[in-house]
Design a protein around this ligand. Structure first.
Ligand SMILES: [Zn+2]
Length: 352
């Protein structure tokens, strides 16, 4: 399905694949998550990068994957495999990395071709639909836990309880942390606690109330809207980490004295390396972590609906498209994942 991002409309196209290159994997798409990042794909391209599917064929140099294996892919398509970042298992920082936007076709279709070094085997016990959004969003929240020395004894604040934030709660809780959910909307309290948060706080709470939650070792910010960053920084312990996961497309004003006096770190996080994604998948299998999803049949109409819901922050956490051209006995979209009517109680969700 090819996108016209101005109108969020889609047109069905037929396309022929070229011969596979040495490290290519041809994957038949079963499920594809939809994220804000897909909305940024160029008009005239096929979006979709949170794919779970079955390998149909592999290139000559692919040794660890074979036809018939259930696999997933995330945001990154390939990298140079020669720079210092690639050589130290940090391919997500490669200056020549390629993303789904560089792929011939994205996951809103029947097949994709992906570099096998960025294709991940999915263990049997993990359901396809729920793992799809984790391949990018889940990896984004898991990477800081693993790579920034977040301890199981840490007290963590999660700011924004949306697509990224609800996963941050689940991962941080499974990591062993004490988790405080912080949202602009009181409506999210019940669900945040159900996702595993130990406490809930609205971001508009007065300073005394905010301070009553005690000092935090790290804050995961998943919002993309201006908020009072300094109020949050004040909650951090000395050596506290403020981790930016949500894209913030504007300058941030922070109090330098707060940063200096407590030796606070401001840290960005983008996607995750293949090594980290493999570790995340193992962690998900052990802790049975699932994304909260709306499941929809993959067709032009639903691609448009999905883009509109994501664009307006109406999605109930994540949307996953299911390719109904599957050779499975049950080709229906399960009822308990059906989308809610617009105007529901979730309409006021503004976080990522
Ligand atoms: Zn590289």
């Amino acid at each position: 399905m090819i996108a016209d991002n101005d109108e969020f409309t889609f047109t069905k196209i037929e396309s022929e694949f070229p011969e596979l290159e040495e490290y290519d994997c041809l994957i038949r798409v079963e499920y594809c998550g939809v994220s804000h990042t897909d909305l940024l794909a160029s008009a005239g391209t096929v979006p979709g990068h949170e794919v779970v599917g079955i390998i149909e064929d592999v290139g000559l140099l692919v040794k660890n994957l074979e036809a018939g294996t259930r696999v997933g892919v995330g945001w990154q398509l390939s990298s140079c495999h020669a720079c210092k970042f690639c050589e130290s298992n940090r391919e997500n920082l490669c200056p020549d990395k390629k993303s789904f936007k560089d792929a011939l076709l994205g996951g809103f279709g029947e097949y994709i071709i992906w570099d096998a070094r960025f294709v991940y085997t999915i263990p049997e016990e993990i359901p396809s639909a729920e793992i799809a959004p984790l391949l990018t969003a889940g990896a984004s929240v898991y990477a800081p836990l693993k790579e920034l020395s977040i301890m199981p004894t840490s007290r963590i604040g999660i700011v924004g309880i949306g697509g990224l934030g609800h996963l941050a709660i689940k991962f941080a809780k499974a990591w062993g942390c004490y988790v405080i959910a912080i949202s602009s909307s009181l409506n999210k309290k019940e669900e945040a606690l159900n996702f595993g948060a130990d406490e809930f706080m609205t971001i508009s709470a007065n300073r005394e109330t905010l301070e009553s939650i005690g000092q935090l070792d790290a804050i995961f910010s998943t919002v993309s809207v201006p908020i009072d960053w300094n109020n949050l920084l004040k909650l951090l312990n000395p050596y506290g980490k403020f981790i930016m996961l949500g894209a913030v497309p504007f300058p941030m004003t922070v109090d330098g004295n707060l940063i200096i006096n407590k030796k606070i770190s401001l840290i960005g996080s983008i996607a995750a390396s293949p090594e980290c994604i493999r570790s995340m998948i193992e962690f998900v299998a052990v802790h049975n972590i699932k994304a909260e999803i709306e499941l929809m049949e993959m067709n032009t109409e639903n691609c448009q609906t999905a883009f509109q819901r994501i664009g307006r922050n109406l999605a109930r956490y994540r949307i996953v498209l299911k390719n109904l051209k599957l050779d499975t006995p049950d080709n229906s979209v399960e009822g308990d994942h059906e989308i809610e009517e617009e105007g529901s109680s979730h309409e006021d969700y503004k976080d990522n």
